[in-house]
Ligand binder design. Structure first.
Ligand code: ADP
Length: 605
C-alpha cells in the first residue's frame, strides 16, 4: 500500500525521469562507443594486415638476391683470393650492375670481421656489422647516419675454397615505404602507424616525432645502452606510453600525445601485429576522438529518450490520478446531493410540522385573545359600574334634597329660589346623562376596520370624566396639553378604553404619594401624534419593567388587578397602527403611544 502511494507520487516520477535520463545517457554512450570502437578495430585490423603484408613484401622482394649472388663466379673467385685487386674490381662491377637492376641501395661483400672487400659503390659499412656477423644473423636494421633513415640489410654467407669466408650484404632503404605511410597518415587523420624493432624502439612511423622513441619505459642505463648500440641515426626519443603486449584484434585503449596537441594525450585504440621472422612489431593507432564525440551525441540522444519515457510515464500516471480524483469527486458530489435531498426532505417535514403547530397555536392565541378582550371589558365594566354607582348615587341624593327643598320653597312662594334649585338640578342631570352617554359609547361594539377620525381632546376628557370619582378624592392634579382640533385615526370607544386604563393605573400608582400629578401631553410630527401619559407615582422597578406587557402581570392585591389592562391596551393601539411603550421617569412613569393624524372632518352629530 505504502509502495503504491510512493509510486503514485509526482516526486517519484521526477526521480524516475531523472534516473531514466541517466540510464539512457549511460547506455547510449556505452553502446555507441562500443560499436564505434568495434568498427574502428575491424577497420584497423584490416589495415594492419595490409601494412604488414606491404612491409613483408617490400622486405621479402629481394630476399633471395644474396643467395643468388653467392653462386656468382666473380664473387666465388674473389673468395678464393680476397686481397686480389683485379678480382675485387670485377666483383665490384658485378655488384654495381646487380644493384642497379635489382633496385637496391647498395650491395657489398665483407669479410667475417666486417671489413668491406668489394662493393657496388664506395661506402662505409654500418657500425653494427661486426656485431651482427658475430651473432650469425641473416638480416638486421641499421640507421643511415647520412640520410637519417632506417635501412634493412640482408646477409648471406659467402664461402670460398680457402679458409677465409665472407658475407654478401644487400642494403634496402625503407624511406620510400615510410614516406607512403606518412602520406597515408596525413590523408587519414584517424590512423597512425609505427614499426618497433626487437629493442622496442620505433624505427619507422607515420608520425615523425615518434621515430626512435622507446615503447613503454626505458630507464637511463637502457637508454644509454641503446644509444651506444649505434643502431639508430639520432638520439633516442622520449618514452611512448605503449604497453609491450597489445592484443591484435580487440586492441587496447591508450592515451598518446600527437605533435601539436595541447592536452595530455588523445584517446587511441592500439592494435599490434607481430612480424615474427623480421622480429618487428607493427602498431596501428586509431584516433577515438570522433568515436567519443559520436558516443557523446548518442548519449544525449539516449538521455532525451529516457527523459521522454519518464515524462510519458509521468503524464500517464497524472492522467490516471486526475481521472481517479474526478471519479472520487463525482461520487462525493452524488453522495452530498443525496444527503442534501434527504436533509431537505426531513427539514420540509419538520417545517410542515412546525407550521401546523404554529397554526394551531395561532388559532388558540386568537381564541384566548378574544376571551381576554371579553374579560378585560368585563373588568373595566366592573370598575365603571363601581364608579357609576358612586357618581349617580350622589347626584340622586342631591336631586332628592333639592326637589324637597323646592317644594317647600314653592309653598312659601319663593319662586326665584326654586328656579335656582331647578337650574342646579338641570346641571346635575346633564352630568349624569354625560356619564351614561359614555357608558353607551363604551358598550358599543368596535368596528372591524379602523377608519374613524376621533377628536383626541374629547377622548382624553371623556376618560378623565369616567375616572373623576377616583381622581377627585385623591386630589389628583391633571394637566392636559392636547391640541383642540387634533383628530386621530382610531375608534373612539377603544381609544377611551386605553386612556381609562392608563389613567386608572396612574392613579393607583399615585395613591400613596403626597404629590399626585397626571399629565397628558400630545406632540405632532410627520403626520403622527405622540400621546404621553405621565404620572408622579411610585413607578415600576427595573425587574418588573420587562413584564409590564405580559398577560396577568400585576402588582396589585388579589381582586383589584387582573394584569390585563396593558396587554389589551397595547393590542388596541397596535390595531390603530401604533405602538404602546413604557418609559420610567425620575419620578413616576410615562406610557406613550403614537397614532396617525386624521384629516379634519365635521364632528359626528
Ligand atoms: P392591572 O392594573 O389590573 O394590575 P395592568 O396591565 O393595567 O393590570 O397593569 C399591570 C401592572 O403594571 C400593574 O399591576 C402595575 O404594577 C403596573 N403599572 C401599570 N401602570 C403603572 C403606572 N402608571 N405606575 C406604576 N405601575 C404601573
Amino acid at each position: 500500500m505504502r509502495l503504491l502511494r510512493l509510486l503514485s507520487r509526482p516526486g517519484f516520477h521526477l526521480f524516475l525521469t531523472g534516473a531514466l535520463m541517466v540510464l539512457g545517457f549511460v547506455l547510449a554512450h556505452r553502446l555507441s562507443e562500443r560499436s564505434g570502437r568495434d568498427q574502428l578495430s575491424a577497420l584497423s585490423t584490416e589495415r594492419l594486415e595490409l601494412y604488414a603484408s606491404n612491409l613483408a613484401a617490400e622486405l621479402g622482394r629481394q630476399a633471395s638476391l644474396p643467395s643468388l649472388l653467392a653462386i656468382d663466379p666473380t664473387l666465388q673467385a674473389l673468395m678464393l683470393a680476397p686481397g686480389d685487386a683485379g678480382r675485387q674490381r670485377s666483383a665490384s662491377q658485378t655488384l654495381a650492375r646487380v644493384n642497379v637492376r635489382a633496385g637496391t641501395s647498395q650491395i657489398f661483400v665483407a669479410d667475417l670481421q666486417g671489413q668491406v672487400l668489394t662493393a657496388s659503390e664506395p661506402l662505409t659499412p654500418p657500425a653494427r656489422l661486426p656485431e651482427v656477423l658475430a651473432q650469425g644473423r641473416s638480416h638486421f636494421f641499421a640507421a643511415d647516419p647520412v640520410t637519417g633513415s632506417t635501412d634493412f640489410y640482408l646477409l648471406h654467407p659467402l664461402r670460398g675454397s680457402g679458409p677465409a669466408g665472407g658475407v654478401i650484404v644487400v642494403r634496402f632503404n625503407l624511406a620510400p615505404l615510410e614516406a607512403t605511410w606518412v602520406d597515408l597518415g596525413l590523408r587519414s587523420q584517424n590512423e597512425r602507424i609505427l614499426v618497433a624493432d626487437d629493442q622496442d624502439v620505433v624505427i619507422m612511423s607515420s608520425v615523425q616525432p615518434w621515430k626512435y622513441a622507446v615503447l613503454g619505459h626505458a630507464d637511463p642505463s637502457r637508454r644509454a645502452a641503446l644509444q651506444a648500440s649505434a643502431r639508430y641515426p639520432q638520439a633516442i626519443g622520449a618514452d611512448l606510453a605503449l604497453p609491450a603486449a597489445l592484443e591484435a584484434h580487440r586492441g587496447r585503449l591508450v592515451r598518446l600525445p600527437l605533435p601539436g596537441d595541447v592536452a595530455e594525450g588523445r584517446p587511441m585504440l592500439a592494435q599490434q601485429r607481430q612480424l615474427v621472422p623480421l622480429g618487428l612489431r607493427l602498431v596501428a593507432l586509431s584516433d577515438l576522438t570522433e568515436v567519443r564525440q559520436r558516443a557523446q551525441l548518442a548519449a544525449w540522444g539516449g538521455a532525451a529518450f529516457g527523459a521522454s519515457v519518464g515524462l510519458l510515464v509521468l503524464y500517464l500516471s497524472s492522467r490516471r490520478r486526475a481521472l481517479r480524483q474526478l471519479t472520487q469527486a463525482q461520487t462525493a458530489l452524488r453522495q452530498a446531493h443525496a444527503q442534501l435531498e434527504q436533509l431537505v426532505d426531513s427539514r420540509t417535514a419538520e417545517l410542515r410540522h412546525t407550521n401546523d403547530a404554529l397554526k394551531t397555536q395561532i388559532a388558540q392565541r386568537l381564541q384566548t385573545e378574544g376571551e381576554l378582550l371579553q374579560a378585560s371589558k368585563l373588568a373595566v365594566l366592573g370598575q365603571m359600574s363601581a364608579g357609576l354607582s358612586h357618581e349617580v348615587n350622589q347626584p340622586l341624593t342631591a336631586l332628592r334634597a333639592l326637589a324637597r327643598n323646592s317644594i317647600r320653597l314653592l309653598e312659601t312662594g319663593r319662586a326665584d329660589a326654586v328656579a335656582a334649585n331647578l337650574q342646579i338640578m338641570d346641571d346635575m342631570v346633564e352630568r349624569m346623562s354625560q356619564i351614561t352617554r359614555q357608558l353607551k359609547n363604551f358598550a358599543r361594539k368596535a368596528d372591524e376596520q379602523v377608519t374613524g377620525s376621533v377628536p383626541l381632546l374629547d377622548s382624553v376628557r371623556n376618560a378623565l370624566l369616567l375616572l373623576e370619582h377616583r381622581s377627585r378624592p385623591l386630589g389628583v392634579q391633571t394637566d392636559v396639553d392636547v391640541p383642540a382640533d387634533l383628530r386621530v385615526r382610531a375608534e373612539a370607544n377603544r381609544l377611551e378604553q386605553v386612556l381609562v386604563n392608563l389613567f386608572g393605573n396612574a392613579m393607583d400608582a399615585m395613591a400613596d404619594e403626597t404629590e399626585r400629578r397626571l399629565s397628558v401631553h400630545v406632540t405632532v410630527q410627520d403626520g403622527r401624534a405622540l400621546v404621553q401619559v405621565q404620572d408622579s407615582g411610585a413607578g415600576v422597578g427595573e425587574a418588573d419593567l420587562h413584564h409590564l406587557f405580559e398577560p396577568f402581570f400585576t402588582t396589585k392585591p388579589a381582586g383589584e388587578g387582573l394584569g390585563l389592562g396593558l396587554v389589551i391596551s397595547a393590542k388596541i393601539v397596535h390595531e390603530f397602527g401604533g405602538t404602546l411603550r413604557a418609559r420610567p421617569l425620575p419620578r413616576g412613569m410615562s406610557f406613550e403611544f403614537d397614532l396617525a393624524v386624521a384629516p379634519w372632518e365635521s364632528p359626528d352629530v
